[in-house]
Ligand binder design. Structure first.
Ligand SMILES: *[C@@H]1O[C@H](CO)[C@@H](O)[C@H](O)[C@H]1NC(C)=O
Length: 221
């Protein structure tokens, strides 16, 4: 009986904490979609299709503004999330920032990719650095793809689902804000159902966990 009461109290405490945090999430954000978009457009104006230089410019600018929250180490890893809808599993990503409420990554592929966006617990901003992204959100009268060229920003609201496609080489600066940990399960699912690439799973977990804990240690939720 006493155990049950304690359990009930704990659940009540956690739910109130969750509701409190959920309604105050924006207080924890350090990045701004409009700023990331302006920074990306400036980098493209300076370096065009030299994507290495574009990414370097963005990352050094972010590091100058948020020295404690930006990973300068370009650790690229595979990511096979949402591959069920497409035939190709070629996404790559580099984690610039990961905390409990935000992540900033470079996401893309030099040979193109396609997939299901996933239904996420965060708002997602996808800024195209190179190439073009097509997106499709089924609905009444919706027969045309949404087209996102270089320099544009694709905002997917929390809870929204789309099919997306990046023909040929396409890279984006992706910024997500909301609850990040639940998104990781989507990112992992394909490992168990299709790729069985556990060394990538371990590496993604290690790098994400290291960045999240590092940010928590710096008082960044
Ligand atoms: C990048 O390359 C594409 C395809 O060749 C071209 O359409 C686009 O204008 C180029 N972008 C810049 C900023 O030079």
């Amino acid at each position: 009986m006493r155990t049950l009461t304690t359990l009930g109290l704990l659940i009540a405490a956690f739910s109130s904490l969750f509701y409190f945090l959920d309604s105050h999430l924006e207080k924890f954000y350090i990045f701004e979609p409009a700023h990331l978009h302006a920074l990306s457009k400036k980098a493209i104006a300076l370096y065009g299709n030299d994507t290495t230089a574009v990414v370097n410019h963005i990352v050094s600018d972010l590091h100058a503004n948020y020295p404690a929250h930006v990973n300068l180490d370009e650790e690229w890893m595979f990511n096979n999330a949402g591959g069920a809808m497409g035939a190709r599993y070629n996404n790559r990503l580099y984690i610039i920032h990961a905390s409990v409420t935000e992540y900033v990554i470079i996401f893309g592929s030099a040979v193109g990719t396609e997939g299901h966006s996933g239904r996420h617990t965060a708002d997602d901003y996808f800024i195209i650095l190179k190439g073009t992204e097509l997106a499709y959100k089924p609905g009444p009268g919706s027969y045309q793809p949404e087209v996102y060229p270089q320099g544009s920003m694709h905002h997917m609201k929390r809870g929204e689902v789309k099919q997306y496609k990046m023909d040929e080489a396409c890279f984006a600066l992706e910024y997500a804000r909301g609850w990040i940990p639940p998104m990781l399960f989507f990112g992992y699912a394909d490992t168990f159902t299709s790729t069985l690439d556990f060394s990538t799973l371990w590496r993604t977990t290690y790098v994400t966990g290291r960045e999240m804990l590092g940010n928590l240690a710096n008082m960044k939720l």
